[in-house]
Design a protein around this ligand. Sequence first.
Ligand code: G4F
Length: 324
Amino acid sequence: MKRVLITGITGQDGSYLAEFLLKKGGYEIHGLVRRVALEDPEHRLWRIKHLLDKISLHAGSLESYASVFNVIERVKPDECYHLAAQSFVSYSFDDEFSTIDTNINGTLHVLSAIRKKAPKCKFYFAASSEMFGKVREIPQNENTPFHPRSPYGISKVAGFDLTRNYREAYGLFSCNGILFNHESPRRGFEFVTRKITRTVAKIKLGLEKELKLGNLEAKRDWGYAGDYVEAMWLMLQQEKCDDYVIATNETHSVEEFVELAFNCVDLDWKDYVTIDKKFYRPAEVNQLIGDYSKAKKILGWRPKVSFKELIKMMVDSDLKEIRS
Ligand code: G4F
């Protein structure tokens, strides 16, 4: 059995990855979680509720080197997927200090502990298309220069560089997955896609009257999270560690997402959406679109769920959840 450690196992990606590895078989799965999560499983472990008897959870805090070190010493993982982060871009403008602290030091703590206690462990870092920020070329690939536009984006560039440096300096098998936006019915409500699909479902069921949004013109490359965790795993199964863009090579505006989501319930979005400046960001990333041809060629990976299918999946799931 291979031992795997997932930080951020309680999140969208962590839960899909744990499911994916359990289905693959041959994995003993460990997750690093905050102590508060263990104390409040109802609210904090809902995404992995159905897996709890098949995985082991360890209390620890990314901000504490000692606690990360202890968990890695205990688990001695063969593979480590470092997914935990303060991942809400908007919040990173309100509290840049905690975002920078958790995302940069957290990554450094995991890398350093692996180097000391499990140097053969293969390491995956959840890098992000937010690193491209004010994009220098369209579409973005592994060679596109970074120009982050938020404390979150800056923290991910640092994590990317740390991951590459541990590879080059200490020979660690460490990969960066540069994932573009990826969504699902398990997405947090603060992100625009889930905010939209949840509110559309509530409006349809008569529980809400309007949807307040910020910048409708921003464009993103949106894929399905369930597809993207397979790419993470594939990166760690290669002979050579490397960095990969994972995306759909399509871009759509927030407005297009809104329109299609309302179409799913036969409503016209213009009757319900209002603009609220409070959801605008001090610096916006206007357009992201990823070129995943390297992942296609080397990993044999491609996205399976289309933009339209993703929106329908999320709206249907929100309708079902609210009805029940
Ligand atoms: O859903 P978002 O908050 O995601 P964002 O900022 O693109 O970041 C997500 O994807 C990254 C990968 O590129 C991840 F690294 C990151 O952790 C996260 O998962 O916002 C998407 C767009 C933005 O342009 C935002 O300005 O939607 C626009 N938007 C318009 N109205 C809104 C809203 N975003 C939110 N969250 N809420 C709104 O009301």
